[in-house]
Write a protein that binds this ligand. Sequence first.
Ligand SMILES: Cc1cc2nc3c(=O)[nH]c(=O)nc-3n(C[C@H](O)[C@H](O)[C@H](O)COP(=O)(O)OP(=O)(O)OC[C@H]3O[C@@H](n4cnc5c(N)ncnc54)[C@H](O)[C@@H]3O)c2cc1C
Length: 172
Amino acid sequence: MPMGSLGKVYAIYDSPFWREDGLSGKAMGLQGATVQTTFDSSPEDGSFGAIIGFLEADEMRRLDTASEEEIQSLVLKDYVNFFGPRAREVKEWVIQRWDNEEYSRGGHFAVSPPNTMTRFGSALAQPVGRLFFAGTEASPYWAGFMDGAVRAGEMAADAVLDHETGTVVSRL
Ligand SMILES: Cc1cc2nc3c(=O)[nH]c(=O)nc-3n(C[C@H](O)[C@H](O)[C@H](O)COP(=O)(O)OP(=O)(O)OC[C@H]3O[C@@H](n4cnc5c(N)ncnc54)[C@H](O)[C@@H]3O)c2cc1C
């Protein structure tokens, strides 16, 4: 189950100007876009503006070896398209290409090739003797994300208690 190809790009602005236009900062780029999804990552108090954009799959692989300037110019084109000309006024860029990180080699969750989950998925959360698995992949819901990690941890803790005390405690 290798990690997917993923990059995250933040454009930092003086303020979250899109909020003045009643925009949420969320956008989805379809055909021809470099950025597939954006979110408003500004602090609650709006003391500065930040839009995060995801570079995913083929778009990320294509840009694994591109210069940061090239990525900035492609992302800027999308942001102006999504949020208007003020999106040009970027103060700072932060680019993280998880594909190029030695110890994760991608993100943001492990991808199962065909048949993996249907054939072996049930083994992910099965204890072996007194060894219990609590990783996000063991969660039946939001596997691969923080939500799944917390759920899997709670389920594993319940299962350990069941095992050790013989008592059945509530499941999520
Ligand atoms: C690039 C990237 C971006 C992500 N973005 C998001 C996001 O935006 N939203 C979201 O919800 N999720 C995101 N995720 C996924 C999220 O980070 C994971 O789902 C979550 O951290 C998994 O938690 P976990 O407890 O299962 O495992 P981990 O967080 O991997 O924890 C396992 C821990 O075990 C330790 N360990 C390993 N082997 C041993 C050993 N032998 N002995 C002792 N300790 C050991 C490791 O060092 C690690 O600290 C992202 C993941 C990546 C890689």
